[in-house]
Design a protein around this ligand. Sequence first.
Ligand SMILES: [Zn+2]
Length: 517
Amino acid sequence: MPDSANGSTLPIMVGAVVYVRVSTKEQTENLSLPTQLRACEEYCRRQGYEVLERFHEEGESAKTTDRSQLQNLLTYCRLNKGRVHFVVVFNLTRFARDKYDHFALRSHLQSLGISLRSATEPIDDTSTGKLMEGVLAAFAQFDNDVRSDRTRAGMKAALELGRWVFLAPIGYLNAPRSMGRSLMHDTERGPLVRRAFEDYATGRYTKEQLLKRARTWGLTNRRGKLLTSQAIGVLLRNQLYAGIVDVPEYGVRGKRGDFEPLISDELFYRVQAILSGRVPSTAPRQRAHPDFPLRGFVRCESCGRGLTGSWSKGRSEYYAYYHCRPGCRAVNVSKAMLEGLFADELALLQPTPGYMRLLKESVLRIWKTRKAAVREEIESAERAAKAIQQKLDRLDEAFLFERSIDIETYDRHAEKLREELTLARIDRHSGQLDELDVEGIVAFAERVLPRAADLWVQASLEQRQRFQLLFFPGGIAFDGKGFVGTRVTAQAFSYLREIQTGNERVVDQTGIEPVTS
Ligand SMILES: [Zn+2]
């Protein structure tokens, strides 16, 4: 950490470098270099990282062997060890070609005290986090994780639908299943809770005064005890009374509940304004955590920019909608409508049994042809790795036994050699990865594709965003009424096209047939 000239300590600055890569094909789509760079910089800004350097790779394909920028990045990280804390990438698929690259690079960076961060994907321990770490190869794993995660995922899915799955707060009762809603009003305490909100909203009572009043009405908690001062504070801040399901621990924010709210939005926000010491007449806040998975991902067909999402206030409710940016009025569509259309779009991706068989066959055939070709690459990479390892050994010898170099020289050379070794090992493993990818592609097509729409609808905001990118890596355009020129661009298929070399023919995209009813 640098000290300023006058000797006072500067706030701790966390340094980050940004690495983006783009193929020529993507230049024309919305994953262009500036888009990726902007996303990474925005991420850094949100996280409070200082961007020290930017590296961008422009290659024909993700399989490119040109790693000059990656090399530069690693060198920069080594020379600036201690200053760089994070390497921020747009997404992991673009950073590393595959699982092995990813882990090799990550552990190399770790040895320099650097963590890898993705601007578009949280890298965490959930089943989704694992999915993104393994990218293509982990599709099968994802499926397993989702299964074992079912209880929690089930609760989360229910919450996403506005179903309250926990114990009802004072004023509500958990409704019997047959009612079709999760909560109902407690005829005894419900009106008292509403009255507490109404009284406090007048601005004439302090919390303590309100508590006294509530006690005289006989407002008690579930066990029949009088409310405490803390309890009344919690009660007044509980969005559930306005019918909003908000459970951050489950990643569920600002969902409209499936039950009748006890109080109106206006009343709730007026109370919040008073609680936070703002003027009571302050306009209701925008919903704190809007949930717009398609924001930025769906482009306006008319002007080409990504749609954004907003809440707008109707007579008694807030309405969520997607719209284009200022200056363009081509798109203005309700959230439910656009997301429904998108789920329909995903539901069209139904692989036929014939397609699955052909897919499997061709993937295996291509893989076998390729395997022979990469064997040689592997061998030469192995030789390179071996040579570097020998140099490292000699360096150790020089330092430990002959004492012919000092520790600084040793560190400098050793780190550089380890970096070369990492790169060589990545090359060494690149040939083996196709095997993993074959399984990944087949598992992907078999398991995920047939229920893509369901999965998307039930997923959390972050999961949805990652999911939709897998199917439509270049985003999707909307003309105000429907999606335009939707093509099947699932990773599995673009991957197949990518490894198709000349004489090999790959299953045609028409193997996927729209479901017609
Ligand atoms: Zn537009």
